[in-house]
Design a protein around this ligand. Structure first.
Ligand SMILES: Cc1ncc(COP(=O)(O)O)c(C=O)c1O
Length: 463
């Protein structure tokens, strides 16, 4: 436990000097930071000595669990042997080469080329640039627009912000940039018409996509991006039949497909990638988070052979592709990824969500499905959310200003579980190493938080 005087000192330094991501500066100045001290498995301890279950694996990323000695050792060994080497002009190092080959073996057939970056956002920006580069090489320079989805989250760099479909990410940032378009969120509970089943809803979404492509002019549309299962937009599994129908439309109009696997990748849905789970055959994949379980910032823009071949041919005329980071192919990052993949594969964690998922989803439905404040319980594998509503019958949401999801999240922290508020949906995305008992304990703790929220609302005059 950190002494009180040290904690106060740290909080003062934080207020004075740390500019936090996704944080209200006013709130940070008023409340100070929450300082974490150590973690093991799914348990994380704050500097005051309180231990919580991290049911969000950090930010959907610590798949192998905290405190894995094997990954720490792999990183330390590599840092001693070769702490850095860059990748420009065909410079390489053994861990980065082995990681590329390992990724190619894990991804669906034909996705064999990894371009390494540091974050999911950068990998998505890389892919936007590669899409544009590709169509220029194919001598179809008019094909530039990228279609994404309302509710999608693809990161915070300029391109990734523009791809994302969350209004608060655009307001005040002058985003999205021109040429980034958004179509309807594939959320059955919120967006389907009363007479539609999931298949009919999927068919309409595909029709709307096609109408949009035709209205824009297929000769201007370069690519479509989607998370196999939408995560930060509220944990939204695609409705039945969605991906095959969407892919038919894209193929008809020669629109490339980017599967953003940053959350779904590396076993979250019980298969190596979300593309395996839903039968997606993408031209590009974005991978990050679970690639190293966030022991080191490594991501990759994965490129299909059919695209890579065009880029390779183009390089004969145009020379070097002028893109890359100082730390692309970082040997310590690659060693972290290899150590992490040894664990994910060696301990059967890539398939664990398929084993635990049905029981986990049932546990959530049993605990929350009939609750008066819960409109929907949804998820797949080891990712899920409950959506809070003011009225179950009409599905009326709470006024956004009440920040009811955030309040449940705070009560969850008090009960000793870390979930994540995504608007009024509250998400679970635990490390894949979580035991069944720990899962049950996490759900129980959120259950207690929900009862407290219910009492608070009753005593303040209801919804
Ligand atoms: C699906 C998806 N894509 C991209 C990103 C961006 O990744 P990063 O935060 O590493 O830039 C995220 C982050 O949560 C994500 O969920």
């Amino acid at each position: 436990m950190t002494p009180k005087s040290t904690l106060t000192g740290l909080a003062d330094l934080d207020r004075a000097h740390v500019f936090h991501p996704y944080t209200s500066i006013a709130a940070q100045q008023a409340d100070g930071p929450r300082v974490w001290a150590e973690a093991k498995g799914v348990w994380i301890r704050d500097a005051e000595g309180r231990e919580l279950i991290d049911a969000m694996a950090g930010l959907w990323c610590v798949s192998a669990g905290y405190g894995r000695e094997e990954i720490a050792d792999a990183m330390a060994d590599q840092a001693r042997r070769l702490s850095y080497a860059h990748g420009f002009l065909a410079n390489a190092n053994e861990p980065a080469i082995r990681l590329s080959a390992r990724l190619a073996a894990l991804t669906p057939p034909g996705l064999d080329h990894a371009f390494f970056c540091n974050s999911g956002s950068e990998a998505n920006d890389t892919l936007v640039k590669l899409v544009w580069y590709y169509w220029n090489l194919r001598e179809r320079p008019g094909k530039k627009k990228i279609i994404a989805r309302d509710g999608g989250y693809h990161g915070v760099t300029l391109g990734a912000t523009s791809l994302s479909g969350l209004p608060h990410m655009h307001a005040l940032f002058d985003a999205p940039l021109p040429g980034f378009l958004h179509v309807r969120k594939p959320h059955f509970y919120r967006e389907a018409r009363p007479d539609e089943d999931e298949d009919a809803f999927s068919a309409r979404l595909a029709r709307e996509l096609e109408e949009r492509i035709v209205a824009e002019g297929p000769e201007t549309v370069a690519a479509f991006i989607g998370e196999p299962l939408m995560a930060a937009g509220g944990v939204v599994p695609p409705p039945r039949g969605y991906w095959p129908k969407v892919q038919d439309v894209l193929r008809r109009h020669e629109v490339l497909l980017i599967a953003d696997e940053v959350v779904c990748g590396f076993g979250r849905l019980g298969t190596p990638f979300g593309s395996h789970h839903y039968g997606i055959d993408p031209d590009f994949m974005t991978v990050a988070k679970g690639l190293t379980s966030a022991y080191f910032p490594v991501s990759a823009a994965v490129v299909a052979d059919r695209v890579f071949d065009v880029l390779a041919e183009g390089s004969k005329e145009h020379g070097a592709l002028a893109h890359g980071h100082t730390t692309s192919l970082h040997p310590v990052g690659a060693a972290a990824a290899l150590g992490n993949l040894d664990i994910l594969e060696g301990e059967g964690l890539l398939g664990r969500a398929a084993d635990l998922g049905p029981g986990f989803q049932k546990l959530l439905s049993d605990r929350f499905g009939d609750h008066s404040l819960v409109g929907e319980v949804r998820g797949e594998g080891l990712i899920a959310a409950i959506e809070l509503v003011a009225n179950r019958d009409s599905r009326e949401p709470f006024p956004a200003a009440r920040k009811i999801g955030l309040r449940l999240h705070e009560l969850g922290l008090e009960e000793g579980v870390i979930c994540r508020a995504l608007g009024d949906s509250v998400a679970f995305c635990p490390p894949l190493v979580i035991s069944e008992d720990e899962l049950a304990e996490a759900v129980e703790r959120l259950g207690r938080a929900l009862e407290r929220l219910t009492h608070e609302l009753e005593s303040s005059g209801g919804a």
